[in-house]
Design a protein. Structure first.
Length: 273
């Protein structure tokens, strides 16, 4: 088993090389990687703390994402998942710790600097422009990737989201919640990212739309784009992920390969399942 069960008995950050074993703590063994997983890190965040005013939300959280890897971020509501995402992307001003993105120190980067590195963000609430048409929402964001890639063309996005093709002249405000989510993902893909971040990927959507969104997430994974996913359906997150990280009260309490985290007896303690 390669998951790490990190004891949470102290408010102080736990040393990342210690995991809970049968007789107390033992040194963690190097995590096994699948043969088709790349090993170069595009995200390496360590000792992350974040505050909203006087509220201390993240307490030494850590996360790593390798090129082409899909990572699921799990935890109950209010445990700091969205705050960790927003901190990594530069949206939380009160933060501490070290964040490396694509080999660059991004600890104090602004959101636009993170985006220019090749990171796309599909936020909770979708964030479409309500007074722009579907076509305008897509085209205004389109650009080549940092390496010149242009494989997620307008035509490919239309083929991926046939519903959007039928509504190209509709305003963003005229779309259903599911269509807005499709538009938000399509817009992110047209920036040709190296990493796409999906916060609450299917929240509040109808079952048929949910199935369609997960289909697209599977296509994104196959295309080689690294992905960070937050969603309430932890089973589907684990089914689509290579690696999983579980947060509790702003700390990482469990992490490892998705298969091992799914099989961990401790998972139910942290997700309330």
């Amino acid at each position: 088993m390669s998951f790490e069960l990190i004891p949470n008995h102290s408010p102080e950050p736990v040393h990342p090389e210690l995991v809970e074993g049968g007789a107390g703590l033992r040194q963690a063994q190097p995590e096994r990687t699948r043969s088709n997983e790349p090993t170069d890190l595009i995200v390496d965040a360590q000792g992350i703390h974040a505050w909203y005013g006087s509220s201390h939300v993240l307490h030494g959280a850590a996360m790593q994402i390798a090129r082409g890897q899909t990572v699921g971020l799990l935890g109950r509501n209010g445990m700091g998942k969205s705050t960790l995402i927003r901190t990594l992307l530069g949206h939380v001003a009160q933060r501490d710790g070290h964040i490396t993105l694509f080999g660059k120190d991004a600890s104090r980067f602004k959101p636009h600097q993170v985006a220019r590195l090749g990171v796309a963000y599909v936020p909770e609430g979708r964030g479409v422009f309500p007074n722009l048409t579907v076509r305008e929402n897509l085209v205004m964001a389109a650009r080549r990737g940092v390496d010149g890639r242009n494989d997620w063309s307008f035509e490919r996005v239309m083929a991926t989201f046939p519903r959007l093709k039928e509504r190209l002249t509709n305003l963003g405000a005229q779309l259903s919640g599911g269509e807005q989510q499709m538009l938000s993902i399509g817009r992110a893909l047209m920036t040709h990212p190296e990493l796409i971040v999906l916060d609450e990927a299917t929240e509040g959507l109808a079952p048929l739309i949910v199935a369609d969104i997960w289909r697209v997430i599977g296509e994104i994974r196959k295309s080689g784009i690294a992905t960070l996913i937050v969603d309430r359906d932890y089973r589907r997150v684990l089914a689509h992920a290579d690696h999983a990280v579980v947060l509790q009260k702003g700390q990482v309490v469990l992490q490892g390969t998705a298969d091992d985290v799914a099989g961990s007896p401790a998972l139910s303690n942290y997700l309330g399942v």
